[in-house]
Design a protein around this ligand. Structure first.
Ligand code: ASP
Length: 466
């Protein structure tokens, strides 16, 4: 007999079926044991009369989270026992045969509740058990749906999903790089990408015109609230576009996504509000304002584009650095100032961020595709000719082989999904997240490596180097 999923049982009343799943709850009434069996599709009450089963004695030992195969008959529940809230609340299965596929230790914590009160260290150590709780299961399922929607939407509009390297060279996104030592080239290191920024621009040079990727990004930052060392972006780039084109596409995608997948959500304002950085700072004191009219309404979403960011800001040492992205173009009317390195503080970038309910969920820009203009940005930041060539020579060179005007954006996908799921922390929507200080309690990463591995890599560890 072929296994059937619990969600498909309502049409099978009177039939004998084969089920697989976990024991969610067990209620022992002596002669009668009730269990709620759980599979990937739902839950169902199974009635067990141990005496009627060949292995009745063994069955009495069944506990929560044991894995079972059950053959039984689907029956209608008596009218008074129907649970209207549960999709399988009108039926139950009477077990005829039970095969214990696996026994289970008592779970390290209760998984029937939402679990916010359980310590993160233990939840992350036993993440595979934690993920069984309905709240997390729903988060992961909905994350999948969001990603699938994005893929389909962009595919229908001519975008190609293209993978870019993970082992690469530093990309300046304002954080530290994670580095990977090279065995074949001792003393040299790869950097993990802080974003696919440079590659996606190079894909525009290659003529793909519309690129996207569900891209893993790595940033080595000090513990800062709700951050993860690796996180996921919807990364996107388009050729022959202006700010308006990128904004319009992304706004339409967000609206469609929410209206299709989450009809219970209400978008406060369509089209989304647009404010300049200056207005946002003057009016709201932040560039990611929370504009919700009712902050207690869990289904209210207030999006806002913030545009016209200053291109440069001063570092603590008094040097100029980029505020968002060194590859951004200035606003067209500010190109002259950039080329003359004049009035630097007031050069505005063709940069746009998108905020949702007080969080930045994305940002992007029209890029500086003229090599001589891009060079000026690095000069303003104090790079000399040699360091420009060393760090960005490949980009400048690529731009000299015919690159179209282009621009793009990246969304913080974890953040977006966490807001849509009303979760306080992005950890809740990532299957295997790390702690705030970058540890994986389950795998025990980061970890030491063997002296043989170190030797191959040409690395010597200085003890107590901190
Ligand atoms: N690479 C940028 C980031 O990670 C996004 C972009 O400008 O497309 O923030």
């Amino acid at each position: 007999m072929e296994r059937i999923l619990i969600k498909d049982l309502n049409e099978k009343v009177g039939e004998t079926v084969l089920l697989n799943g976990w024991v969610d709850v067990r209620r022992d009434h002596g002669k009668l044991i009730f269990i709620d069996l759980r599979d990937m599709s739902g839950k169902l009450q199974v009635v067990i009369i141990p005496k009627a089963l060949e292995n009745g004695e063994a069955i009495k030992a069944i506990r929560s989270e044991w894995v079972l195969e059950i053959e039984g008959e689907v029956k209608k529940r008596p009218e008074s026992m129907v649970n209207a809230e549960d999709p399988q609340g009108a039926i139950e299965v009477e077990a005829k045969k039970i095969n214990i596929l696996n026994e289970a230790n008592t779970p390290p914590f209760d998984i029937s509740a939402d679990g916010y009160e359980v310590g993160d260290d233990v939840r992350l150590k036993y993440r595979y058990v934690d993920l069984r709780r309905a709240r997390l299961n729903k988060n992961i399922v909905n994350r999948h749906k969001v990603i699938k929607f994005i893929r389909d939407y962009l595919d229908e509009r001519g975008f190609l999903e293209i993978e870019t390297p993970i082992l690469t060279k530093s990309t300046p996104e304002g954080a530290r790089d994670y580095v990977v030592p090279s065995r074949l080239h001792n003393g040299k290191f790869y950097a993990l990408p802080q974003s696919p920024q440079q590659y996606k621009q190079l894909l525009m040079a290659s003529g793909f015109e519309k690129y996207f990727q569900i891209a893993r990004c790595f940033r080595d930052e000090d513990t800062r609230g709700d951050r993860q060392p690796e996180f996921t972006q919807l990364d996107l780039e388009m050729s022959f576009v202006k700010e308006e084109d990128v904004i319009a596409l992304n706004e339409a995608l967000l609206i469609n996504l929410i209206q299709t997948l989450m009809p219970e959500k209400k978008i406060q304002q369509i089209p989304f509000l647009r404010v300049t950085y200056k207005e946002a700072m003057e009016k709201y004191g932040t560039d990611r304002p929370d504009l919700r009219e009712n902050k207690d309404d869990k289904n209210l979403l207030a999006f806002c584009w913030v545009i016209d960011f200053p291109f440069f800001e001063k570092t603590d040492e008094g040097k100029w650095t980029f505020t968002h992205n060194p590859f951004s173009a200035p606003k067209p009317e500010h190109m002259e100032k950039l080329m003359a390195k004049d009035d630097i503080a007031n050069i505005l970038a063709a940069q746009y961020d998108i905020a949702l309910n007080g969080f930045e969920i994305g940002g992007g820009s029209i890029r500086n595709h003229k090599p001589e203009a891009l060079k000026k940005v690095f000069e303003i930041m104090g790079f000399n000719e040699e360091s420009i060539t060393n760090n960005f020579g490949h980009m400048l060179e690529a731009f000299s082989y015919g690159i179209p005007p282009h621009g793009g954006i990246a969304w913080g996908l974890d953040r977006l999904v966490s807001i849509l799921q009303n979760e306080p922390n992005i950890r809740e929507v990532i299957a295997f997240p790390k702690t705030g200080d970058g540890r994986d309690f389950m795998m025990e990463a980061p970890s030491e490596i063997s002296s043989a591995q170190l030797k191959e890599l040409g690395i010597e560890i200085k003890k107590n180097s901190k």
